[in-house]
Design a protein around this ligand. Structure first.
Ligand code: ZN
Length: 213
């Protein structure tokens, strides 16, 4: 099977992490995230450091119930899913396609808001890490065929040094009460708060397939 990422064996990854001084605990997390993602993409590697940092800033361990927001759909959500157990399925992960490499993490809150920590890739700090900097900027100067190994090593050596954090407040979305309503168009049912006038999303603004029969 040709995966395109065959050279990235877990053993090689582990050895590289060790050589770069990454802790055994974080090494395990990085291996888990990489496996889940199917390969150690630069974004999930940085993501693992980000989530690890956010957990520490929040003073919590991943066995606690946590809520995360990810500001990009690329790579980074998987670090939150695997390490902090904020998943799309358990509804504790929100992915907002802002296009920034940033996350927020917070503990449950009874009020309408929650104090959260936001961790982001700091452009000023990236200047000390030229390979990450060119990759992050999507610069033509980054050649993935020749610089992939260098990038990975720089990510491991940099760890948190490319990250910054801030205290923020996020809105807490309470579970909504709902009733089931039928779509006038397809006859299938959806929760009332998702109906678009008289039709469901699949018949309306979220249409993504054509029926073949
Ligand atoms: Zn419908």
């Amino acid at each position: 099977m040709k995966s395109g990422h065959q050279e990235e064996s877990p053993e090689a990854l582990k050895a590289s992490l060790k050589a770069c001084g990454v802790s055994p605990h974080l090494t395990q997390e990085i291996l888990r995230v990489s496996e889940f993602h199917t390969y150690p993409a630069p974004g999930v590697l940085i993501g693992a450091f980000m989530v690890d940092y956010a957990l520490e800033l929040l003073g919590v361990t991943p066995d606690k119930k946590l809520y995360g927001v990810c500001e990009t759909p690329k790579c980074l959500p998987d670090a939150l899913q695997v390490i902090a157990h904020c998943t799309t399925g358990n509804n504790r992960l929100k992915v907002v396609p802002i296009g920034k490499f940033a996350i927020t993490l917070n503990a449950p809150s009874e009020s309408d808001t929650a104090d959260a920590v936001r961790v982001y890739v700091d452009l000023d700090k990236l200047k000390k890490f030229p390979t990450i900097d060119t990759w992050y900027a999507n610069s033509p100067a980054y050649d993935k065929h020749t610089m992939k190994g260098l990038l990975q090593e720089e990510i491991f050596r940099a760890g948190r040094q490319i990250l910054s954090s801030e205290q923020v407040r996020v809105t807490v979305h309470k579970k909504k009460k709902w009733i089931s309503v039928s779509c006038k168009c397809c006859g299938e049912t959806v929760p009332d708060y998702l109906i678009e006038g008289e039709q469901c999303g699949a018949c309306g603004s979220m249409k993504y397939y054509e029926r073949l029969s």
